[in-house]
Design a protein around this ligand. Sequence first.
Ligand code: PGA
Length: 248
Amino acid sequence: MNKKKLIAGNWKMNGSLAANQALLKGILSGLKDPACAIAVCVPAPYLAQCQALLATSPVELGAQDVSQHELGAYTGEVSVAMLKDFGVRYAIVGHSERRQYHGETDAVVAAKAQRALANGITPIVCVGETLAEREAGKTEEVVKRQLAAVIHLNGHCISEVVVAYEPVWAIGTGKTATPEQAQEVHAVLRAQLKAATAQADRIQLLYGGSMNAANAAQLLAQPDIDGGLIGGASLKSADFLTIISAAA
Ligand code: PGA
């Protein structure tokens, strides 16, 4: 199946006007005819800045979250219409840090994915097990439950969604899943997608969790790994560029 890989940076709560400018300048000056799709998911206050800096580049803009609500009395939330105003193409939804620190349930994640899709933004839906769940042999059960929550969204096909498998124990820890461990879970997710849609092979299934310049090529060579969601290594232009070139 010939589909483009997607390399998406997740800056998390990092950056400043000066740092963002330097980082994007470094990335854009090093990009040579990338073979993959590229996005950076930036903190909401910097959307306008990054939109302007990326305007004539192949790098697309992403958000790190989106409200499940359309508009109104939801203090602190950012609506999908606001994201659209800044040319946002992707929104990360259900990142484990949102699930863990902000109490996001599978139902909330599904509502957010639905809201994004209904407004033409592609949700990058994150799934992944904790260390305790892995050690209890529950990895498959957990990721299947998380994916099931978004597999039948009203009026939308799961093929419009990007899915990111991010084992919680590998995020920001320097402990990457081995390519075999990651592929094993990706194969489970792909089979679940195949049971739901004839378009399953088109769906980009990303791996995330300490993906870096040294391990990206091996991870991205796995048959069901169609890209990466990259935190720490997306904050260093040289590392991000190396990962992009590994995604040919
Ligand atoms: P990491 O984060 O690459 O720093 O582990 C990945 C993520 O949380 O999306």
